[in-house]
Design a binder for this molecule. Structure first.
Ligand SMILES: C[S@@+](CC[C@H](N)C(=O)[O-])C[C@H]1O[C@@H](n2cnc3c(N)ncnc32)[C@H](O)[C@@H]1O
Length: 321
């Protein structure tokens, strides 16, 4: 399928019809007939093509940024240890006029900013309410429209359960120039600091990142527990502490062995890191006894056994103190 674009609007679409392999050309008005000798949309198939066009429009390239606006850098701050910020992320902090930062970001990173940089906290406004995503998007857009260079500093990697995608889409829609600077995700770094390699040639050949936040819904879970439970590799649950009883129960109910090694790591990569290791059968009780609190990552799979031999960070921290 080929398509051409003019400032983000469909000018012409040319499809290779998957059924009869004919070229179908849709003009500037997507539902108009042929413009270049290709067949027009076949009678009775407009609905199907309308659907494809709608899909292309939503996924389509964005319009060019408006001139005179500032740029937004969506930067991953890493999982906690401030030394895990990337060099590019550091440069973005040094260059920013405005930094909009999240709750899980280590505040020492803000010392990299120039004096006079405006710092905007995007976490909880008070002890209860997080800022709505729309409000954060609006701040990014208005600061950039005022011509400022904005660094949006997010925990871990911005595109892994970080709503970075939503923010980028809002910027694209508002025609604000942006760049994404990936960060070291907690999903990778936190197990590493706990001595758990997520893959190992003899033990696990696949890893799945899952949100533990959305797994209990009144209208049914959005998680495919059956395939998760049967997947032979490592499972990493973000935001899974509160729902840990449900996660452990669902995996066992879908035939993962209750003896599967399971780790829960609180505040990984920081001086507050605590790792609790057990099995799917007893992890809930162990975590309760240790009184773990968010942020915490849940790792399920045989690789967890390696922590006994490979845990290094606790000793490193103890020696440093
Ligand atoms: C909203 S998600 C953001 C994830 C982030 N974008 C990333 O790539 O790491 C927040 C969740 O990440 C996990 N997390 C983030 N930092 C962590 C840390 N230092 N230790 C343990 N888990 C962490 C927790 O599961 C937490 O609830």
């Amino acid at each position: 399928m080929r398509h051409e674009w003019t400032k983000g609007l469909v000018r012409r679409l040319v499809f290779l019809d998957p059924h009869d392999q004919r070229v179908v050309d849709i003009g500037g008005n997507p539902m108009a007939g042929s413009t270049n000798g290709a067949s027009p949309v076949p009678a009775g198939q407009r609905e199907r093509f309308e659907w494809i066009v709608a899909g292309l429009l939503t996924d389509g390239p964005r319009e060019s940024p408006i001139e005179g606006c500032g740029k937004v850098f969506i930067v991953g701050a890493g999982p906690g240890d401030p030394d895990l910020l990337t060099l590019k992320g550091k440069r973005c902090l040094e260059a920013a006029d405005v930094v909009v930062y999240d709750a899980l970001v280590d505040k020492r990173l803000l010392d990299l900013c120039r004096p006079g940089t405006t710092l905007i906290y995007a976490g909880k406004r008070d002890s209860r309410h997080s800022r709505p995503q729309e409000e954060i998007n609006a701040i990014l857009i208005s600061e950039a429209r005022a011509g400022r260079t904005v660094t949006r500093l997010k925990g871990g990697d911005p595109f892994i359960f970080g709503r970075g995608g939503e923010e980028a889409l809002a910027l694209a829609e508002a025609r604000i120039a942006f760049e994404v600077v990936p960060g070291v995700s907690a999903g990778i770094a936190v197990p590493a600091y706990a001595g758990i390699p997520l893959t190992h040639r003899d033990i696990a050949s696949q890893v799945t990142f899952v949100t533990g936040h959305e797994c209990v819904k009144r209208d049914g879970s959005s998680i495919d527990w059956d395939s998760l439970a049967r997947s032979p590799g490592t499972l990493v649950f973000f935001m899974g502490l509160k729902n840990l009883p449900h996660i452990a129960e669902a995996l066992v109910a879908h035939s993962r062995s209750p003896e599967t090694p399971t780790a829960v790591i609180q505040w990984g990569t920081t001086e507050h890191q605590v790792t609790v290791i057990g099995t799917l059968a007893d992890i809930v009780e162990r975590v309760r006894a240790a009184a773990l609190e968010p942020p915490a990552l849940v790792v399920v799979g045989e690789v967890v056994r390696l922590a006994e031999a490979l845990h290094w960070f606790a000793e490193f921290e103890a020696a440093r103190r």
